[in-house]
Design a protein around this ligand. Structure first.
Ligand code: ZN
Ligand code: ZN
Length: 250
């Protein structure tokens, strides 16, 4: 089933490429359709700024490694947030948008490389080398109806890129999304946002994450509430630590 879905996604990309020549989303130059990084040419990719500092996922105060600050730790479950780039970077914004709404799954390649560049720049590859057997990549799941509509889960595509690069274990069926929700950005009130995420995820295979450090991968975070709800479910199921990893914060 998964293979079928992926091949439908690549078929869509194939026809898209055939009828619409590919332009770099940064400088608009025409690109070779076979190039996995066609949506971001090398010079444009290199110009993307990796985020310098880390911050708390919930109050955005600067923290040394993206850990949740002592104040927010009291009522949150996510231990760290790692944000690769700014959503204000026009090329990052366009690639995320293409991945999410334009069915262009091949933007996963440059976005995956951006995550890899970020993780290496922050020496997280050394962290993976030291703790490889204790780390599991978990992509943020999509609701089944949305998955059928888009035919791929963008977070899973990104997590796949990381699993390949860093030789990390990936568990795609651990978290399941059983309800959809209103987009978090549409809800102003903090309590409402927390309520909005309640009961939308369940953990299917707790044995895969027991005592593990989870690298929870998503394309974008806004308030951190969805990542936090996943962290709550994962920890209830036995996970030791949960680190959110996103391309950008919107
Ligand atoms: Zn370019
Ligand atoms: Zn905080």
């Amino acid at each position: 089933m998964k293979l079928l879905k992926l091949s439908i996604a690549s078929l869509k990309d194939f026809f898209f490429d055939l009828f619409f020549p590919i332009h770099c989303l940064g400088c608009n130059k025409i690109q070779n359709a076979d190039d996995p990084d066609k949506y971001s040419c090398q010079p444009c990719f290199q110009r993307i700024n990796i985020r310098k500092g880390f911050e708390c996922a919930f109050c955005a105060s600067p923290t040394s490694q993206g850990e949740t600050c002592p104040f927010c730790r009291k009522d949150h479950f996510l231990d760290f947030i790692w944000i690769a780039a700014s959503y204000e970077e026009p090329l990052v914004k366009k690639m995320l948008w293409a991945l999410k709404y334009k069915f262009i799954s091949s933007t996963k390649a440059p976005l995956g490389r951006l995550l890899i560049r970020f993780l290496k720049q922050k020496n997280k590859d050394r962290f993976f080398d030291s703790y490889r057997s204790e780390i599991v990549l978990v992509p943020l799941p999509l609701h089944r109806l949305r998955l059928n509509w888009r035919s791929y889960n963008q977070s899973e595509l990104l997590a796949d890129e990381l699993a390949g690069e860093f030789k990390l274990e990936i568990a795609v069926d651990v978290l399941d999304r059983i309800k959809s929700k209103k987009p978090q950005a549409e809800i102003e009130n903090k309590e409402e946002r927390i309520k909005n995420t309640e009961g939308i995820f369940i953990c299917r295979q707790p044995e895969k994450i027991k005592n593990k450090t989870i690298l929870l991968v998503d394309d974008i975070t806004t308030t951190g509430a969805t990542l936090d709800e996943c962290a709550r479910i994962l920890k209830e199921a036995g996970a030791e630590k949960v680190i959110g990893l996103v391309v950008a914060k919107g």
